[in-house]
Design a binder for this molecule. Structure first.
Ligand code: MG
Length: 249
């Protein structure tokens, strides 16, 4: 028993350390492209939420969402989904969240327009500052830390599990918020695990700080609960069936 225990202890730091820092310089185009893995078929119907989930969007209205001025969210709602209205700005939940399990379904515009970052770009912003990238990465090359399911500007996904534009895709995200001390010092960083279309793409990665374009800013102390945001990147990306389970105790 002792030997087994010691073996596990030796293994554990190695497993965790593998996910502790981004694998490439930010936005490096020579960062190895995640291999393509074709997921199972897209679900026709939204994935049913569990009983203890907070339903953030059930396809009917945006009452749980606000615009940047805390007014009504100005995205389009029709036929069971919401759609980014380019220029309407980012929207965020009225309610704040910390540690969560989050389910999001999204669809890139079909037919696709543009290429690289200019194709089906949006984003899921945990606590309004930690982005899991939404992008049409089906046959569309960009820098790996900016493709679909990347922790933007930090971690490429382990694989490219993208479905075609016009098909519903799922993100299942487990997010642990950073912890700050009473003096605002970082006690523990944010950690994210992501499944894209049911496939593991982020395995307990440790964020360097908030996500950003062309920089990796340091952590700044913030409240324990903050709204969840969805990005307007000027592309008519659709969302449906968004629910969250708080993992705070
Ligand atoms: Mg984005």
């Amino acid at each position: 028993m002792r030997i087994v225990g010691a073996g596990l202890l030796l293994l554990a730091p190695k497993l965790v350390a593998a996910q502790m820092k981004p694998p490439c310089a930010q936005h490096a185009r020579d960062c190895p492209a995640p291999p393509v893995v074709t997921p199972g078929p897209a679900p026709h119907d939204p994935v049913p939420a569990p009983a203890d989930a907070v339903i953030l969007f059930d396809g009917h209205d945006l009452t749980q969402w606000r615009n940047g001025e805390e007014g009504p969210a100005g995205w389009k709602v029709q036929a069971g989904y919401m759609e980014v209205v380019p220029g309407a700005g980012m929207i965020h939940t009225a309610q704040g969240f910390g540690d969560v399990q989050l389910h999001v379904e999204w669809m890139a515009p079909d037919p696709p327009h543009g290429s690289d970052q200019d194709r089906g770009n949006s984003g899921v912003f945990l606590m309004g500052r930690y982005e899991v990238q939404v992008l049409d990465s089906y046959g569309n090359v960009t820098y790996p830390d900016g493709q679909a399911a990347a922790v933007y500007g930090q971690y490429p996904p382990l694989v490219n599990a993208s479905r075609k534009p016009g098909e519903w895709q799922t993100y299942d995200i487990v997010f642990r918020r950073p912890r700050f001390g009473t003096g605002g010092e970082l006690l523990s960083p944010a950690v994210i695990t992501v499944l894209h279309n049911g496939i593991l793409v982020q395995d307990h990665v440790v964020l360097t700080g908030p996500t950003a374009h062309q920089r990796r800013p340091p952590y700044e102390a913030h409240p324990d609960r903050l709204p969840l945001g969805l990005q307007d990147h000027e592309h008519p990306v659709r969302y449906r069936n968004i629910w969250v389970r708080s993992l705070e105790r």
